[in-house]
Design a protein around this ligand. Structure first.
Ligand SMILES: Cc1cc2nc3c(=O)[nH]c(=O)nc-3n(C[C@H](O)[C@H](O)[C@H](O)COP(=O)(O)O)c2cc1C
Length: 220
């Protein structure tokens, strides 16, 4: 399964079966995490064998969560956008490995996550539960392309594909508060979802790039 295919297959999964992630997949996840951390100066970290990173409500809503990726990095103006971008890469990569995920941006426990991490003073803004789901989840309710996008003139296929990919992105409270405008090869993407705007924007950018093809356009 490619990352592009994974965008269609991935849905939020809160309940997991009691099956550990095999060590070869743990290695692959850790390699991907190391690459993101290096490229984007982040401190993402995979924790296996406990649910300390989940808050009380997430523990009630979910079932069998035993592993999670901590979304963390040193404070910076664009930290949330980078966490969104790299988090999107992780959940889609996980999907290609046959794993399921649940983005927990509100109901996580920073304290619980921190005590399982090696890095010291970093800012934690969510965790991604990961494992073998009881189900594959269901597609989220979605806005239409017309509701979130416009293109000056006739939209090229890459723009249409990018918007469709954007609509598959997970967003906090499923708000899909995106506005995307195309003009020639320039694309303007904004996200108006309050506290989660930065993270949702990063996730959205990742999805749009996969759908449209990075070489076809430039972010404005
Ligand atoms: C930034 C962010 C924060 C989220 N926080 C939570 C959360 O705290 N609790 C929860 O149950 N789901 C949370 N979600 C999951 C969303 O509700 C879910 O992704 C959305 O409904 C879309 O569904 P999908 O993931 O199946 O596409 C969060 C998602 C994102 C992207």
């Amino acid at each position: 399964m490619t990352i592009k295919e994974a965008m269609k297959e991935r849905h939020m999964v809160r309940k997991y079966i009691d099956k550990p992630i095999p060590s070869d997949l743990v290695e692959k996840l850790n390699a991907r995490i190391a690459e993101s951390n290096l490229t984007y100066s982040l401190s993402l970290s995979l924790v296996t064998g406990n649910a300390d990173g989940l808050g009380a409500l997430a523990k009630m809503l979910g079932k069998g969560v035993k592993n999670y990726i901590v979304l963390a990095g040193p404070d910076s103006a664009d930290l949330d956008e980078k966490l969104g971008y790299c988090g999107a890469d992780m959940i889609l990569y996980a999907q290609t490995l046959g794993l399921n995920t649940w983005w927990i941006g509100g109901m996580y426990s920073a304290k619980g996550a921190q005590k399982n991490m090696n890095s010291g003073a970093v800012h934690i803004n969510g965790v991604l539960a990961i494992g073998y789901g009881q189900t594959q989840g269901v597609p989220h309710k979605s806005k239409t392309a017309a509701e979130i996008s416009s293109y000056k003139g006739t939209a090229p296929q890459w723009f249409i594909d990018g918007v469709n990919a954007l609509l598959l992105a997970p967003t906090a409270l499923n708000k899909q508060a995106f506005t995307v405008r195309g003009d020639g090869n320039k694309v303007y993407l904004t996200c108006d979802s309050g506290h989660f705007a930065g993270i949702d924007l990063g996730i959205g950018k990742y999805h749009f790039e996969v759908g449209a093809g990075k070489d076809n356009f430039e972010w404005a």
